[in-house]
Design a protein around this ligand. Structure first.
Ligand SMILES: [Ca+2]
Ligand SMILES: [Ca+2]
Ligand SMILES: [Ca+2]
Ligand SMILES: [Ca+2]
Length: 562
């Protein structure tokens, strides 16, 4: 009897073979976070209005390692009014309660005192916020990252960001400390439960820039927090929650010893990349300027230079400016501000404006390798002459009443005329160790570099070719031809091909984190690369959305748009 039924069933599905037909399987949930640290994602986390209190915000947890739940995060909305820099959700390791890792949420508390940056630590198993730091009243901008201890556990912090220390211009009181998650220490009421307050005031007067970076400066295995200021960097130990080093430096002094001291105000609005050299020294490469493609910024982030900080491992006090090369400063410097010179301030110019002459555009962190030597590579603009001088407009900014919106508008309108100032874009290579110029190339603009484009794994650059006649600063109206793919060999370009079709690459603006930070609110300019056809070589996306890549069979770059 049983055998007969089985045969019958097999007969029914004869065309597909005799098989057990499964019920339609439910699609497996795709999780984004790994809370039990086994390398497999198991949980989704989302910020949404709470089901029971729609005005409040909850962390909505759906998980296969803990019960689904809603964790009350804030009584209000969690959007931010200022620049709140840092990853918004991070799994930080197991600090308390049970083996599941805690989660840090970076958001804003919105209430009567405005929109305040906040950092909450959530114990997902227990379904509660176990620690929280909130910025003091009046603060809108903040900087957060996730430094690790020697076993990889993370200790997030909420730190002041751009403009802190300057009460005259930005209005708000000085914040002056960061809140570091240290659950094993007494909580500081200035921060909140689970957080300890650490001074970020490197000296009596200071001007905080936007970001910072992580680097183990004292060699205790804990990543330390280096914050970027005008004129200096200041480092806080994540282990001891104390300041361990302030290093002041002048990036222009070596190149312009006779210029008025501090004319550039120590601005560091560019990329900062921390790394350990092959000689074991800790270094930070700082490139003042804009990311590639940042043509709309006529001031080019104000101050253009390349500099390297250096220290011996474990000895923060040895950190010093190893070398620097200064290339220019956008605006004029005046020796005196006096209404008598409002109509003609030329006599009071102590250092003339460079306008766009020397402006740097760099890709990624500007680090590269040429002929087995670590180098710095960047584009710079050599301006023939600015279209607009704007000296009077700039001088008026400083005359009482200073910096009025009207005066700022007049100045901005004037300098905007310089977007089309004629000149040439060029590329320069410096030796990372000491800044020695090794190579420069005229009438080119380098958009990025990759080792993943060619079967040989050779590092190649994407180069836009420009005419040897002047071009406008912002290259507007200038046709972009097909990009060249080139290597740098024995201090010279070596051709590796040409991309099919014309157009610039699609640049991704990647925010600084970990060992990479920035002084302003800019980002790291990275190429858009992906192996779309699974042949082991990466394809490159162009600005118009097409993808191009190398064809090993045809020995050339071809269109690979799927
Ligand atoms: Ca897991
Ligand atoms: Ca835990
Ligand atoms: Ca350390
Ligand atoms: Ca490919």
């Amino acid at each position: 009897m049983f055998r007969k039924v089985l045969v019958l069933l097999c007969g029914l599905v004869a065309l597909g073979g005799c098989q057990y037909i499964r019920p339609e399987a439910a699609p497996l949930p795709r999780y984004a976070f790994d809370l039990n640290g086994n390398g497999k994602n198991d949980t989704n986390l989302a910020l949404r209005p709470c089901t029971t209190a729609p005005d409040a915000t909850c962390l909505i947890v759906t998980s296969e390692v803990t019960a689904d739940k809603e964790v009350l995060l804030s009584a209000g909305k969690t959007g931010c009014a200022g620049q709140v820099q840092g990853r918004r959700v991070e799994v930080i390791g197991d600090h308390a309660n049970d083996p599941l890792e805690e989660v840090a949420i970076l958001y804003c508390e919105n209430g009567a005192t405005g929109s305040l940056p906040a950092l909450a630590i959530v114990d997902v198993s227990a379904g509660q916020v176990v620690a929280r730091a909130v910025a003091p009243s009046g603060q809108r901008h903040s900087f957060t990252d996730y430094p690790r201890n020697p076993v990889g556990k993370k200790y997030p912090f909420l730190a002041p960001s751009y403009g802190d220390g300057d009460t005259s211009f930005y209005g708000q009181a000085v914040w002056g400390y960061l809140c570091l998650y240290k659950p094993d220490r007494p909580s500081d009421p200035k921060c909140g439960t689970g957080f300890t307050a650490v001074s970020t005031a490197p000296q009596e007067r200071f001007f905080r820039e936007a970001g910072g970076y992580l680097q183990d400066l004292d060699a205790d295995g804990w990543e330390d927090i280096t914050l970027i200021f005008h004129d200096l960097v200041h480092t806080v130990s994540t282990r001891t929650a104390e300041g361990i080093g302030t290093t002041a430096y002048d990036v222009a002094a070596a190149t312009e010893p006779r210029s008025p001291k501090g004319f550039h105000a120590g601005r560091s609005y560019g990329t900062h990349a921390a790394f350990t050299g092959t000689d074991g020294k800790l270094r930070t490469l700082i490139v003042g300027g804009m990311p590639v493609g940042g043509f709309e910024n006529v001031m080019c982030n104000v101050s253009w230079f390349v500099a390297v900080l250096e220290s011996s491992p474990g000895q923060p006090s040895t950190r010093t400016l190893s070398w620097s090369r200064f290339y220019g400063f956008n605006s004029a410097t005046f020796s005196e501000i006096n209404p008598a010179y409002a109509e003609d301030p030329r006599a009071k110019v102590s250092r003339p404006a460079d306008h766009q002459n020397g402006c740097i555009h760099s890709f990624s962190d500007a680090r590269s390798v040429m002929d087995r030597e670590h180098v710095v590579i960047f584009n710079y603009f050599r301006e023939d002459a600015p279209l607009s001088g704007c000296l009077k407009e700039q001088y008026r900014l400083y005359l009482a009443p200073a910096w009025t919106p009207d005066k700022q508008r007049a100045w901005q309108a004037c300098i905007a005329g310089n977007l089309q100032s004629p000149g040439t874009w060029n590329m320069r290579v410096l030796r990372e160790r000491d800044g020695t110029p090794l190579f420069s190339s005229l009438n080119v603009y380098v958009w990025g570099a990759s080792k993943d484009l060619l079967p040989s794994g050779e590092l190649v650059y994407l180069v836009e070719m420009l005419p040897d006649t002047p071009v406008p600063f912002d290259l507007r109206g200038h046709p972009t031809g097909p990009l060249r793919v080139r290597a740098l060999i024995n201090g010279a370009w070596s051709e590796r091909g040409t991309l099919p079709g014309a157009g610039r690459p699609r640049i991704r603006a990647v925010p600084g984190s970990g060992s990479r930070g920035h002084g302003s609110s800019e980002s790291f300019a990275e190429l858009t690369l992906e192996d779309l056809d699974g042949d082991g070589l990466k394809e490159l996306q162009l600005a118009d959305g097409t993808w191009v890549g190398y064809s090993p069979r045809g020995h050339q770059f071809v269109n690979k748009t799927p």
